[in-house]
Design a protein around this ligand. Structure first.
Ligand SMILES: [Zn+2]
Length: 127
């Protein structure tokens, strides 16, 4: 499978604002980013399944240097541990006071547009 083939279905799902992740058909492991083989058992028998998009902040930081020209800074970036047992790096948006969420704060997926492209992001749950 080519690299673009690996991620094409992910981005297609994102385009309809659906978050998906690879789930191994042999050992059941959830993983991300998409890879040819399951990182736990090396099986290539995995499929994308829909995530409920709920998780907790594993780490969070503020980015002050734009990743490309025209990108608005600062923005908040975090690693989110999804409830299904996988994690992803994404922008953190909204939330109380637009501040950096606490480690382990509960978050859920939301959708943002950056440079004309829809991207998954996470926002803090209102408690
Ligand atoms: Zn596996």
């Amino acid at each position: 499978m080519s690299t673009s083939g690996l991620t094409e279905d992910f981005w297609t799902a994102v385009g309809r604002r659906e978050l998906v992740r690879p789930v191994c058909g042999d050992c059941g492991r959830n993983f991300f980013t998409p890879q040819v083989a399951c990182p736990a058992c090396l099986s290539e028998n995995w499929t994308y399944e829909t995530s409920d998009g709920r998780g907790r902040v594993y780490s969070a930081t503020v980015v002050h240097k734009p990743p490309s020209p025209g990108f608005a800074v600062p923005f908040r970036l975090g690693i989110v541990d999804l409830d299904e047992g996988w994690s992803m790096l994404a922008e953190l948006v909204g939330g109380p006071g637009e501040r950096l969420p606490a480690i382990d704060a509960p978050v859920h997926v939301t959708w943002i547009e950056r440079e004309g492209r829809v991207l998954p992001a996470f926002t803090e749950d209102i408690s």
